[in-house]
Write a protein that binds this ligand. Structure first.
Ligand code: UDP
Ligand code: MG
Length: 317
């Protein structure tokens, strides 16, 4: 079987409201593009009607492949499952909620082919449809990530992008258990381009990224890419040592002058400060140790319960 030119990977978690709209927009677009394609819909352990709806759709849409994960493993894990299964020469990833216009996938493909690029990012030039909270947290996130990973990380590029087979294989070769693709992809260093687009409001349903999942993504991003927070421990240790040294000299000088520094407040402050610094450092160490533990256990990022291309086989990675 020759691989298709284009694979479109779509992670979905409880997207029953948006699924009919997505199919109605994506299918005519891809059918009309005049190329061989496949759509890999990854159902990230949805508890609503997403799974049965996908199975129904895949009966009469031959190009649709449905992969169902046994449990909700998160957006990045669902993306991993999709990237591992996509067979196309180029692999696009897009959210299910139509915030990213599927039409742009064809622009990305045209750009990648015309300029022999391995990566084409979808970059949002307008996020006014996102909530103010989302925009501000995103701003801080991208600012931090550009400092940690380098300037290569395009600001406001989420997980809407196109990858060549070479880039997908490079990602697949990474044994990471908690990948953050918006950082790993620029880190690869392949030739890349951008297609800008306007971020629409979610077509239906509600966000599947509550604050807890946003925080997890942020912590994963920092700890995956940098040991800088560990160095923070050294710096705060040095700083508190310096503060204690100054304070110590001060009391010795006062003592030499025949006085003693009175009161418990300064003592208490110093104790609390040191306690705080130590707890912070322990917490940081714990965070990295937890990560090491997860990587060493080597548990799969996701477990596939069903794959329409393998008809019911249980496959774990
Ligand atoms: N998603 C997923 N698993 C999750 C959470 C989200 O597969 O645990 C999918 C979701 O269905 C959507 C994409 O990830 O296709 C982005 O989620 P969403 O649009 O809710 O995030 P937001 O745009 O609000 O940041
Ligand atoms: Mg969305």
């Amino acid at each position: 079987m020759t691989p298709p030119v284009l694979s479109v990977v779509i992670p979905m978690y409880n997207e029953q409201e948006v699924l009919p709209l997505l199919i109605a927009r994506l299918r005519p677009l891809l059918d009309g593009a005049g190329l061989d394609y496949e759509v890999v819909a990854v159902d990230d352990g949805s508890s609503d009607a997403t799974a049965p709806m996908l199975l129904l759709a895949c009966r009469e849409w031959a190009e649709l492949r449905v992969v169902r994960l046994r449990r909700n493993s998160g957006h990045q894990a669902a993306l991993t499952a999709g990237l591992h299964r996509a067979r196309g020469e180029y692999v696009a990833s897009i959210d299910a909620d139509l915030q990213d216009p599927p039409e742009k996938i064809l622009d990305m493909l045209a750009l990648a082919r015309a300029e022999s690029l391995d990566i084409v990012y979808g970059v949002r030039d307008d996020r006014t449809t996102d909530t103010a909270f989302k925009r501000h947290t995103a701003q801080v996130y991208y600012l931090l990530m550009r400092r940690l990973v380098g300037k290569k990380v395009p600001a406001d590029a989420g997980d809407f992008r196109l990858l060549s087979r070479a880039a997908v294989e490079a990602l697949r070769a990474m044994p990471e258990r908690q990948p953050v693709y918006r950082l790993l992809v620029p880190w690869l260093g392949f030739p890349s381009g951008e297609v800008t687009y306007r971020r629409e409001a979610r077509a239906a349903g509600s966000t599947k990224y509550p604050l807890s999942k946003m925080i997890k993504l942020a912590v994963d991003s920092v700890t995956n890419f940098s040991a800088a927070p560990l160095r923070l421990a050294t710096w705060s240790g040095l700083l508190s040592f310096f503060a204690c040294f100054v304070l110590g000299c001060y009391s010795v000088v006062r003592f030499a002058m025949g006085e003693t520094v009175s009161g418990w407040t300064s003592l208490f402050t110093a104790i609390l400060f040191l306690g705080g610094v130590q707890l912070l450092c322990l917490g940081l160490l714990g965070e990295y140790m937890g990560r090491l533990y997860t990587e060493i256990k080597g548990r799969p990022t996701y477990i596939v319960g069903y794959d329409s291309a393998e008809a019911g086989q249980v496959v774990a990675r």
